[in-house]
Write a protein that binds this ligand. Structure first.
Ligand SMILES: Nc1ncnc2c1ncn2[C@@H]1O[C@H](COP(=O)(O)OP(=O)(O)OP(=O)(O)O)[C@@H](O)[C@H]1O
Ligand SMILES: [Mg+2]
Length: 236
């Protein structure tokens, strides 16, 4: 069987964790909007039966300007990612909030798996399990699959620092950037938008920009982590 992915394809970022509500769809929408505004060709793939991303895409704002596919047949996931990646600079894949075979197939196609984590024990524990799934899938597919954890909905800097050190101890590679708990992330969902488009000078848009630049360094630069990222501010 021909390899589903080859060198000429664009990058594939998969947002996944077995923990529901951690921030997968928000992260995907915000990063997609940032890169769309920056001039990249962006595709979205919704693998969640709840179809949250698909609904946001249908609202006529910035997400609507990107290609979106929704795929609920697990056996169609790999060819769908393959096609989107061949036609776009970046394909962002939003998984459902529980472990399933569709998610494994998507992880097997990923250049980077982004694991959103809220700052509590259960989220950190689940992120550690998700890292092991990525590791096993990389072994299975004999591909390099990068993985990073992303702190989401951060309310207190001190709790984020603690969560980050626990993630480091688990080998779960936390990003320096984080999405702080800000109302604009929720407001944007009603419009199918994102902070970058809705309020470009907002603190939420700055969170997204720092995150996107850090992820760009992983996806597109040889020197991983070489960009400087502003530390997350305590959002109080
Ligand atoms: N940084 C943030 N600040 C404020 N609210 C946020 C932030 N990130 C996410 N939210 C809110 O938290 C909720 C869950 O976020 P989201 O839908 O992105 O998580 P998810 O991991 O995709 O969930 P699911 O597992 O159900 O698919 C949503 O109401 C969203 O608006
Ligand atoms: Mg979701």
């Amino acid at each position: 069987m021909e390899s589903p992915l080859n060198d000429i394809q664009g990058k594939v970022l998969v947002a996944a964790t077995g923990k529901g509500g951690a921030g997968k769809t928000t992260s995907v929408a915000c990063l997609a909007a940032y890169w769309q505004a920056a001039g990249k060709s962006v595709a979205l793939l919704d693998l969640d039966a709840n179809q949250t991303l698909t609904r946001w895409h249908g609202k006529g704002d910035i997400l609507s300007h990107m290609t979106l596919k929704s795929e609920l047949d697990e056996h169609a996931v790999i060819p769908t990612i393959d096609k989107l990646a061949a036609e776009h600079d970046i394909t962002l894949v939003d998984c459902a909030g529980f472990n399933n075979q569709t998610m494994i197939f998507a992880v097997g196609c990923a250049d980077l798996v982004l694991i959103p984590v809220m700052t509590d024990e259960a989220n950190v524990f689940e992120a550690g399990r998700m890292c092991k799934i990525v590791e096993s899938t990389a072994y299975l597919t004999k591909r390099d699959i990068d993985v990073r954890t992303l702190l989401c909905r951060v309310k207190r800097a001190i709790v984020a620092t603690h969560a980050r050190s626990e993630l480091q101890a688990l080998g779960a590679k936390p990003l320096k950037g984080q999405l702080n708990d800000r109302v604009l992330f929720q407001e944007a969902t009603f419009y199918g938008s994102a902070p970058t488009a809705l309020e470009p000078s907002s603190a939420a848009a700055r969170d997204v920009e720092s995150l996107a630049r850090e992820v760009e360094a992983i996806l597109w630069d040889a020197s991983h982590g070489a960009v400087s990222v502003q530390p997350g501010l305590d959002p109080r």
